[in-house]
Design a protein around this ligand. Structure first.
Ligand SMILES: [Zn+2]
Ligand SMILES: [Zn+2]
Length: 343
């Protein structure tokens, strides 16, 4: 840590607490219990355990998988945790994280704001926290449908399932545009990155495999309650490959640095392909983004900071690589926004 970083670390560490650590987790994955995924809960949990994850939510469609029924083989790490969950699946899909029981999914309404609100409320009654899933899937969700919802604090900014269009297409915006629309209108909402994997038996870039989207949560301890609370405070970042050393969301600025070694390790994964893009120079870039998605500052390099100028500020790291075949691929880390308007 350089002197500048150390200064900020000492100044702002109390925001996170001295004992806080980074925990890697995936909040969204499926098993044979839903009928259209190919691996058992035991197999899926083992996959994440064996690849160094710290936590996993087995988020099955309208099924509650009690973590105590899942069996891991071999030497089980004590820094791996199954967080109880479900994917509440109706006309809208929502991850119910850290629930105490099955959450009902039957509610129907023409108005999708009311469906989302029902999910938030029902998940709350089961002591959990909600992540609104893949808003670009099927008939996409619009910002005006999400904005009226109360007590919704998380959504899937990046879900690596090839069929849910996280980066948009001809008929859908990139989900970062949706995020900025929600943030600009005063919502406190954090962006989650997840796998939503269904396939662990057949592998390939076009397959719906795990290991491509995850969160790094800064928490005092590895427990379902502590992780969930940390995420609800925005004490996490989302990744599709880039790993960070430090993220400081201070009162008036965001400061961050990229962990080159850990990023390199992640990018060496044979499960990770990156997002194909047409142009741009290879390298690592940090963008600081404010209201309306405006890029307020762009840095080429591995660390940087930016002062808030507006109601919120967030940062995004873009790591662009030129592959041997000449194609360009991007990997990202997204920090959570910092708010200055007292929302
Ligand atoms: Zn879903
Ligand atoms: Zn799913």
């Amino acid at each position: 840590m350089n002197k500048f970083a150390l200064h900020f670390f000492l100044l702002f560490t109390p925001i996170y607490g001295f004992a806080a650590k980074w925990y890697k987790g995936n909040t969204h994955v499926h098993t044979t219990l839903c009928g259209h995924a190919d691996s058992t809960p035991d197999f899926v949990a083992q996959w994440y355990h064996d690849r160094g994850y710290n936590f996993l939510v087995l988020s099955e469609h309208n099924k509650f998988i009690d973590p105590s029924t899942v069996n891991l083989k071999g030497e089980v790490r004590d820094d791996f945790l199954l967080v109880p969950g479900e994917e509440v699946t109706g006309p809208v899909h929502s991850t119910a994280m850290n629930i105490s029981r099955l959450v009902p999914w039957h509610f129907k309404d023409q108005n999708r704001s009311r469906i989302i609100q029902n999910h938030v409320d029902e998940i709350g009654k089961a002591d959990g926290a909600m992540i609104l899933n893949h808003p670009n899937f099927g008939r996409r969700l619009h910002s005006h449908e999400i904005l009226p919802v109360k007590k919704l604090y998380m959504f899937e900014l990046y879900n690596s399932h090839p069929g849910v269009h996280s980066f948009g297409n001809a008929h859908r915006p990139n989900l970062e545009i949706l995020w900025d629309a929600l943030l600009e209108k005063g919502m406190i909402i954090y962006g989650v990155s997840s796998d939503d994997a269904h396939k662990l038996q057949k592998w390939g870039e076009k397959e719906n495999n795990p290991g491509r989207g995850w969160v790094m949560v800064n928490s005092d301890e590895l427990s379902s309650d502590a992780l969930t609370k940390a995420m609800l405070r925005g004490d996490f970042y989302s990744s599709s490959g880039v790993m960070l050393d430090q993220v400081i969301r201070a009162k008036d600025r965001i400061e961050l640095s990229v962990n080159e070694k850990e990023t390199k390790k992640e990018l060496a994964s044979k499960f990770l392909f990156g997002h194909p893009v047409k142009k741009g120079e290879p390298g690592t870039y940090i963008e600081f983004i404010g209201p309306g998605g405006e890029v307020l500052k762009k840095i080429k390099g591995l660390s940087g900071s930016c002062e808030v100028d507006g109601a919120y500020l967030r940062a995004k790291v873009i790591h662009r690589v030129k592959k041997d075949n000449g194609s360009l691929r991007e990997y990202y880390a997204w920090t959570q926004p910092l708010f200055t308007d007292g929302r």
